[in-house]
Ligand binder design. Sequence first.
Ligand code: SF4
Length: 618
Amino acid sequence: MHRQSDDQTVDLLPPGPWPLPPQYLTSAADINAYTSAVEVFVTDLCQLQPHRTALLQILIQIQFKFGWIPIEAIAVISEELSLASGEIRAVLEFYSFLSSKFQGQYRVFLSSNITDFHQGQQSVLDTLCSELNIDLGNPDCNGLVSIALTSCTGLCDQGPAALINGHPIVRLDKPRAKQIAALIKTQQPFDQWPQDWSHISSQLEVTGPLLRETIAPGDALSKWLGKNIDNFLDELEKSGLRGRGGAGFNTYQKLWAACRNAPGDCHYVVCNADEGEPGTFKDRVLLQDHYDRVIEGMTLAAWVLGAESGFLYLRAEYAYLLPMLNNALQQRRQTGWLGNNIGGSDDFNFDIEIHLGAGAYVCGEETSLIESLEGKRGIPRIRPPFPVQSGYLQQPTLVNNVETFACVSAIAISGGESFAALGTEQSTGTKLHSISGDCNKPGIYEIPWGISIEEVLKLCDGTDAAAVQIGGPSGSLLGRDQFQRQLAFEDIPSGGSFMVFGKNRDPIEIVTNFIRFFAHESCGFCTPCRAGCQQLNSFCDKLDQHNLSPSALTTIKQLGELMITTSHCGLGKTAPLALLALLEQWPSLVKERMQRENAPLFDLQQALVQTATLRGDQ
Ligand code: SF4
């Protein structure tokens, strides 16, 4: 059984700037001290977790400790875990938050999500670069700081936002960017930074059965432990609960019952807290304010499946939640609601480990997530077999979203019928929506399924919207003529992202942002997605530059269809959707953009610039 020691409750985030590594040091004593510190730290980590599955977690802890993965660390891991250095490097290179090069004592990741961009991210970026005298993506020559873009920090309701050495900074603007630059230049530790910059409010705008009140440890479990598991499963079936991650599988039938019946040496429970879909931040709020609902749901799953081990896979962007979550787990152990003999039972033992991701959107896909849990690159597996049959370490594994587990605890307390009384026939219960963008009340909305987009826009005061993106870049881009449609699995499903775009926003710019995101996040495993995303990215850039040939529209549609039908996982299958929607719903805008200027179909000057950039000439 997995057990967490108290020392894992330590905050991973560094209290100040990272120390300069040997390449910036001149004294032999300083160089030796640094190298020795790395070797001691990594040796201790490996000896605490002496197994292959710990590789990614070890790399993440080194990254947080030193700001990069020094070569000496790779040598120690290789020796201690008997792994080839090439295998370690392959994992290291896969995750965008890990780095084999030192990126500066301060590493700034600015969110490149479209709503952050609309809220002034470019001005923040320009100010930081100019005040710190650096270029985007290039650390300064003294090793002080680097600035990079990252897909989405899960803070779109209070953006523009950034992570600096993992510390979240919200509500950025030009004056704040200047202050940040000054603090970095004088190397101030983070406890000297204004605390309100990192204050993340929950922004609850509409609450329902899940968010209205918190529950205490044991509130759901105590109703069922010692009773018949089949009766509990009856309640789950009656509830009609469908997975809240986006795909909407029937939780009882496709997952819990299937996993329970799957043969294996042991079963595992996994909570997918890798909410990487840009524009989604509802799991952040559930984990921050309602973690007992989530943990209780996971523990009920373990009771049903007979599982003794569970994992909560937390996206790296939420590393700041780790101490609080580990404390919550520790308190539950101390009060008998986690660990051995849960709730005073004789034979129910279950514990949860928190694993961090490291900046890979594709790990939100359940088989990629399992690969990542096993310490590997997050390449999606070939299915079947499905995780409920063969998941973590080839054992039956139940993977559910944070919100799904929270719903399970609500069903355990109030019953399946009460849950199903809200929503629609095929989409029961409430859904948490993360609303951001051009509305006056961004935040979290818990609303019964079946509500129309128009009604949601009234609630968030975004009635001037010209378009919305439901379900993030992989979801649906809808113009005003579709605002009567319903949020429900039978019409417009959603994992929880609801982005509002006002009439002054450029749909082409929005879609270009989405395609760029997919091109960055494609894991490269299969050709349709790897090559297709790059090609779509290039088409979007040309469209943006008024340089797209009319004949390219047919190619885009054919390529999009090819990606949808032949990509290996959901990322490639959904990547073209927003662009295809743009062509279908805004044809005159697209046409106008292509024809506005009489640009040559091949821009030699631009091609030369791109070639020079690729060669590293500039
Ligand atoms: Fe990787 Fe994209 Fe293929 Fe998925 S579709 S396996 S993300 S290359």
